[in-house]
Design a protein. Sequence first.
Length: 242
Amino acid sequence: MNQTDPEVMAFQRLERPRLSLLVADRLEQAIVSGTFTGGARLPSEQALADKFQVSRNVVREAFKVLEERGLIEILSGSGTFVRHPGPEVTSDALQRYMRLTTGGASIRALFEARRILECANARLAAERADAEDIERLAACVARMQDPQGSDETWTRADVEFHLALAQATHNPFLQVLLEPLVGQIRGVITGSRTYADTTLSGHARLLHYIKRQDARRAQECMLQHLRLAEKARLHPSTPRHV
């Protein structure tokens, strides 16, 4: 029978999972279940090798897997410690996924996700932002308005405005979800200060509505802003926005 036949390929011999992955999964379960909490030091490689009845090399490889997953930190000469939970792990995983997806269809899907997420952020920020949040947003707008600022300063302030808006929702999950989305499109606005007026005006209007706690207009303002950003990304001859 032809080796490329779909039926043959479907029932090819299964490979046994690497022991290091099995050990990594077992340790991950222990971390997630709370057996080892944030900041706790894991047993030594030898102790774990004895417990799992594997070699130290297998445990060492398992540690590398857990480090890549953002679950542990390996400190030379000190030991291996469980990392405190934070948004970076989720954001990094989403960024890795998005780097693997390219093309116009993916960009449209990315902007669609941003419209859903950031319009909700704008509405919630208008309802929940406190004085510190408004001060943070205003600082971003001020940096964008500075005629002496560099392109990099302008770009960073533009991105940080969107992240500060997510923070103003006081929902940590929304910020975790937004960071990789904005980061993936950050390159779109590099060198775009020639077309900065529309972006700056949109941010200033949005800040105005948030100060007034006008959730409906804040949401509408963000929707218009993101539609312009998508048009700029898919049709580079038009002004860019993030």
